[in-house]
Design a protein around this ligand. Structure first.
Ligand code: ASP
Length: 410
């Protein structure tokens, strides 16, 4: 089964699940109260099963994808300059994107006024101090790494383990083979879990509409408006500046990026889009020695669209549940979104799965993941298109920063 075909089928199944959920949800609004609330509980459970499954999958997914990516950098020293600039640009642009997500959430206020009830056992967290935040990156024992809240420590552990594999030299190759196989297996595991997504989305849509009514649809519409407008802003303004600084006419950049943009938009996978991104970078004149490093790593770690989305989603979920975030928590949302986007797998829906990490870090209700799953195909399309576009834009500038020149168009 081709990935594209499987993605398209899943997309259709999710759309059908969503529409059915809406229909059932609306129908239930006319049912007697006891029937409505009884059914809503069951529909919510269908969605909760999905959230619980992904919570289980997250720790090994983070571990294997990151450790494998680091362990693959065997020639780290030779490529030091490219990697250094790549790191600075990828993190810098993702931070900018996450910041725009916060702006979008603050300006559009897409979740305000819906008034979802936080789960019964929910207690608003006390805002953490800077020291608390720093220490929370480092869990106290190994078993904590296996929880969603321990993801940050898991990332640090995965990086150190990946570096250890590199330092082991020849012997370390076996570990790399194992890690990269583990990474593939975990991505496939996520795909299998995704087969359940249409049912979960049906359940959540029916639950949300029957419980909160059409108010929720307005909130989704507002979220999409906020996300699309700011994501396009990032795409057109920030990438124009970056490629112009790298010596490429932005119009040429947009012309060559057009095809990968559309492919990423429809397949919703940066990994699937990689070959098209490479072709575009070649046409932009980026030397092979640069884009062969920056694009594969970028597809995995550089996700501006996802960073923007995750920061905006965190604000949205807080607004939906009427939880107000302190300025420190908003700052933490930006940091968590950057890290979350780095840890997001380049697969359809990866960003919403990793949203659990961002919400967990901020102490927000994890039901938010299920709520965002409902419109995931629409939010994922634009974030993936911009995730991919950021990789080529940065590659243009990296070429200049490491003292190389863009090749003339052939
Ligand atoms: N689908 C996105 C990508 O592959 C990741 C995400 O879900 O945010 O880039």
């Amino acid at each position: 089964m081709s990935l594209k075909g499987a993605g398209a089928r899943l997309l259709i199944a999710i759309a059908v699940g969503f529409l059915l959920g809406l229909l059932v949800g609306f129908a239930l609004l006319y049912a007697p109260e006891a029937t409505r609330s009884g059914a809503a509980t069951w529909f919510k459970a269908l969605g909760d099963i999905f959230v619980r499954l992904i919570r289980v999958v997250i720790p090994p997914l983070i571990f294997f994808t990151i450790a494998a990516a680091v362990a693959s950098m065997a020639d780290l020293r030779r490529l030091g300059m490219v990697l250094l600039w790549m790191f600075i640009l990828y993190i810098g642009t993702s931070a900018l994107a996450a910041f725009q997500g916060v702006l979008a959430g603050t300006i559009f206020q897409p979740g305000v006024g819906v008034g979802l009830k936080p789960p019964a056992n929910y207690t608003p967290p006390t805002p953490p101090s800077a020291v608390d935040i720093l220490l929370s990156f480092f869990q106290t024992d190994f078993s904590s790494l296996l929880t969603v809240g321990g993801s940050m420590t898991m990332i640090i552990f995965a990086i150190i383990l990946g570096v250890a594999a590199v330092l082991l030299g020849g012997e370390g190759r076996n570990l790399y083979t194992f890690l990269s196989l583990g990474s593939k297996v975990m991505i496939t595991t996520v795909r299998i879990v995704m087969y359940y997504a249409p049912v979960a989305i049906f359940g959540y849509a029916a639950w949300l509409i029957s419980t909160y009514g059409p108010k929720m649809l307005g909130a989704y519409g507002m979220f999409l408006l906020a996300q699309y407008s700011f994501t396009f802003l990032h795409f057109f303004v920030i990438y124009s500046i970056i490629v112009a600084a790298g010596g490429l006419n932005p119009l040429k950049y947009f012309k060559y990026q057009f095809t990968p943009f559309l492919i990423a938009y429809t397949t919703r996978s940066s990994a699937v889009n990689l070959p098209y991104n490479m072709e575009a970078a070649r046409r932009m004149g980026v030397p092979d020695e640069v884009f062969q490093i920056t694009l594969p790593i970028g597809a995995t770690v550089n996700m501006d669209g996802t960073a923007l989305y995750q920061a905006l989603s965190a604000l949205f979920i807080a607004q939906l549940f009427g939880i107000s975030l302190t300025p420190a928590q908003v700052g933490l949302a930006v940091v968590a979104a950057v890290i979350g986007s780095v840890a997001t797998a380049a697969i359809p829906g990866g960003g919403t799965i990793m949203l659990a990490f961002v919400l967990g870090t901020l102490g927000l209700p994890l039901e938010g993941v299920g709520i965002m799953m409902v419109i995931d195909p629409i939010t994922d399309a634009i974030r993936t298109a911009v995730n991919a576009s950021g990789d080529t834009a940065c590659s243009v500038l990296i070429t200049k920063l490491v003292g190389l020149k863009l090749r003339q168009e052939s």
